[in-house]
Design a protein around this ligand. Sequence first.
Ligand SMILES: C[S@@+](CC[C@H](N)C(=O)[O-])C[C@H]1O[C@@H](n2cnc3c(N)ncnc32)[C@H](O)[C@@H]1O
Length: 114
Amino acid sequence: MVSYDPCVRPERDAYLARAWPDVRERIEFRSEPDCSGPRAGESVELLFIDSSHDRESVVAAFRAWGDALVPGAAVAFHDYDHPSYPGVREAIVDLGLSGEQHGGLFVWCAPGRS
Ligand SMILES: C[S@@+](CC[C@H](N)C(=O)[O-])C[C@H]1O[C@@H](n2cnc3c(N)ncnc32)[C@H](O)[C@@H]1O
């Protein structure tokens, strides 16, 4: 798992202390914005977008990762329908994505293998 956040928050260590060591060692933190996208050769099965919640940033994040998604990959947008974050829904409309709402998540799946 790879996590992107340009702001290194002090809570991170407390969260990590709760994870099993073998889980912890499989998490890589990159102090970069999500729109940096993947490194060369990386592919993604699950993309969770929960960073800046304004329309342009959500669109930019999705586009930055689009080419790295494997067939059938899931993209989950957090805070969908949240009254404080209308940009998430607006971005999904802009991107023309059809998916499913699960609580506060909107989930879209990339086309699968034919
Ligand atoms: C709502 S919090 C969610 C964090 C995490 N998903 C969680 O549940 O603990 C949003 C985080 O996104 C970070 N953030 C804001 N803009 C970002 C961006 N463009 N790329 C990556 N992270 C960003 C903020 O620093 C903040 O820590």
